[in-house]
Ligand binder design. Structure first.
Ligand code: PRX
Length: 647
């Protein structure tokens, strides 16, 4: 059965943690009761400001006009680079690990990264990019992606990183929405050893898009590309001769830093807008406290840069804190499960931040791939993006971390800018997949279906009730949609769209997206509860449960289940899984179908695409909607086939 008992956090960790459990509570209290002085203190401690603020916070979350550090001037790239030059110029800022393990890696000290960013910023200025212009980055996971983000920040352009798996149509829609004047891309990306034609996709996406004046191309794959004279430029040519003397623009704290599109599975993508000062303070503080960053630490966040996790915890948070960041080019290959741990050992990674999906994928391969590595450098293990089931949490904690590292299951969203709910890493003990507390400055609450705030232990819709520095400020070019999407459903609160349970100690456990709840015979179930019951079987790696319409027209539950590598999948196991669900949740929750699935469709950010699983379960496969964020489209074809065969 699932073991959900709390695991002690090793004393050695607690003794050396940045924030002890008691200080955490005290700091949390101050962050709400004495909010201005708390945030002013953090902002001064963590960042360099060219000019200080007139007010720490103004406007309000509920009014949709929250502003932080108004009147202050700073530069995000200056804070991520220049500030560390005096004492840390020669320490490593960025290590790039190529997908091909036999190829050479690349390392940048802070001095070298600073130089590359300055020259890129000069080059962007040289091709006419001005402060406030939008620049689209459609790049693989290569150092030039980080360099380009910081170059934009340095000269005051707003970057929007589009995930390199997006189709030309999706890319076009985004570029058109934010009217990019420049697109930075690569000739080809390398994925699973194959070349993915990024530049060719950009050509299609930009056809007749008037805003795009320049396309800058990084050479990665090395194959020929079509060339549009007068528009296209090689990144290397542009940098050659670009002056390395590039002053950091003095940006207002509320000037936009970047726009990031959320997947928009069912509607037009939303261009989430983050601004400079508040976002950076929040990124740096959450990284320091929750991932317990110490000077000299090596931090590896496995997220693609095209997602918010990549922005906040591969770039802005760790670099603002002077850390060493590992950037892995590759896609995680289930056939090479040991690679993840080899990278941890090779670079002596201290904090690893990844998704439950990756953990489950690796766990499905058995444990033998762990045996060739030591992983002794690890101090903190983080997860984000989805609920983590107890089995996967326990495996991460005891097998990967050898019971020696706290596991922080962090909840947040593109919109929140940084971690919002998390266990305190220096707590006495941490419980699998639960026990998350609000981070400093976060006033979390639960409301019922009619919007009434619930007291004490409760289950409901998770809302956030006051502004925090990292919150999104708007949807790019559509403030009304921002207000309508997030602030209207529960006036006075930001509606997260997630459901959660709060225990008697005020700890939150996310039960899933509100849309993932299933109502069967008048009973509402959280899919994660059913999934947890299924994955509590040691033979199961992963499960995703969706609603479907049975042959008799009634509502039913369809469970897609991925076994571990050595599991025999037969009717007896299917029955055993149904029994587990019945025992923990009752008859109503028992799936009608247990469908074995070799893998589940997920986005490159690690989320299971339930919408697609639901469509396949319902046989509605003619139009699967927006599949551009799928990590591997073949998975979908395989599942459609299995569903049709009914096996
Ligand atoms: O449903 C929640 C889920 O991911 C959503 C946010 O997705 P995105 O904007 O892509 O950002 C992902 C990275 C921050 C949330 O609304 N989610 C995120 N973290 C967790 C989670 N669900 C459960 N547990 C988590 N730790």
């Amino acid at each position: 059965m699932t073991d959900s008992t709390a695991r002690p956090v090793p004393e050695a960790f607690r003794d050396s943690a940045n924030v002890s459990a008691t200080s955490y509570d005290e700091m949390y209290r101050r962050s709400l009761e004495d909010s201005d002085s708390f945030w002013a203190e953090q902002a001064n401690r963590l960042l360099h400001w060219f000019t200080s603020w007139e007010s720490v916070q103004s406007g309000s979350l509920a009014g949709g006009d929250a502003r932080w550090f108004e009147g202050a001037k700073l530069n995000a790239a200056y804070n991520c680079l220049d500030r560390h030059l005096e004492n840390n110029a020669d320490s490593t800022a960025l290590i790039w690990e190529p997908e091909d393990e036999s190829a050479e890696n690349r390392r940048f000290t802070y001095r070298e990264l600073h130089d590359a960013v300055c020259r890129s910023a000069s080059a962007l200025r040289g091709i006419g990019v001005k402060r406030g212009d939008r620049v689209c980055l459609y790049l693989p996971m290569i150092p030039e992606a980080v360099i380009s983000m910081l170059a934009c920040a340095r000269m005051g352009a707003i970057h929007s990183v589009v995930f390199s798996g997006c189709s030309p149509d999706a890319l076009r829609e985004r570029i058109d929405d934010f009217q990019a004047s420049v697109v930075i891309t690569a000739d080809q990306a390398i994925r699973f050893g194959r070349k993915v034609p990024l530049k060719a996709r950009v050509d299609i996406a930009c056809e007749n898009l008037e805003s795009v004046k320049r396309v800058v191309v990084v050479r990665r794959g090395g194959d020929d590309v079509d060339w549009k004279d007068g528009r296209d430029l090689w990144f290397d040519d542009l940098l050659r001769g670009a002056p390395s003397d590039s002053p950091a623009a003095e940006m207002g704290a509320e000037d936009p830093l970047f726009i990031l599109y959320t997947s928009g599975a069912t509607s037009k993508p939303k261009g989430v807008l983050h601004t400079t000062g508040g976002y950076l303070v929040y990124a740096a503080l959450t990284h320091e406290v929750i991932l317990d960053h110490h000077a000299g630490d090596v931090h590896w966040c496995t997220a693609e840069l095209g997602w918010i996790t990549g922005h906040t915890y591969s770039v802005y948070g760790p670099l603002a804190n002077g850390g060493t960041v590992v950037l892995f080019e590759g896609s995680f290959d289930a056939k090479k499960p040991a690679r993840t741990w080899e990278i941890v050992d090779k670079y002596q990674v201290n904090s690893l931040y990844t998704t439950p999906t990756l953990i489950r994928t690796l766990m499905a391969q058995g444990d033998s791939h762990l045996e060739t590595t030591r992983r002794n450098s690890l101090r903190v293990l983080g997860t984000v993006g989805e609920p983590i089931n107890a089995e996967a949490w326990n495996w991460y904690h005891s097998k990967v971390g050898k019971d020696d590292c706290p596991v922080v299951d962090t909840w947040w969203q593109t919109e929140t800018g940084g971690i919002v709910l998390s266990p305190v890493p220096a707590a006495e003990s941490i419980k699998p997949g639960a026990s998350a507390k609000p981070f400093f400055g976060i006033e979390a609450g639960l409301v019922d279906d009619s919007g009434e705030l619930l007291e004490g232990e409760a289950t409901g819709h998770l809302v956030l009730s006051r502004s925090w520095p990292g919150q999104m400020r708007s949807l790019y070019g559509n403030h009304d949609r921002f207000v309508e999407s997030y602030l209207s459903a529960n006036p006075g609160h930001y509606t997260t769209g997630d459901a959660a349970h709060r225990d008697a100690d005020g700890h939150y456990r996310i039960t899933g997206h509100v849309d993932d709840r299933i109502t069967i015979a008048g009973v509402t179930l959280d899919t994660s509860d059913v999934e947890n019951a299924i994955t509590s079987d040691a033979g199961i790696a992963e499960a995703a449960v969706v609603a479907y319409t049975r042959d008799d027209g009634k509502d039913g539950i369809y469970a897609w289940v991925t076994p571990r590598i050595d599991t025999v999948t037969d009717n007896a196991l299917a029955d055993a899984l149904k029994n587990r669900v019945q025992e923990s949740l009752g008859e109503t929750a028992v799936p009608d179908v247990i469908q074995w699935a070799p893998a589940l469709p997920r986005t490159r950010s690690g989320k299971i695409l339930r919408r697609i699983l639901k469509q396949i379960a319902n046989g509605a496969v003619d139009d699967l909607g927006d599949t551009t964020t799928l990590a591997d489209a073949n998975v979908v074809d395989a599942l459609v086939e299995l569903r049709q065969k009914g096996s």
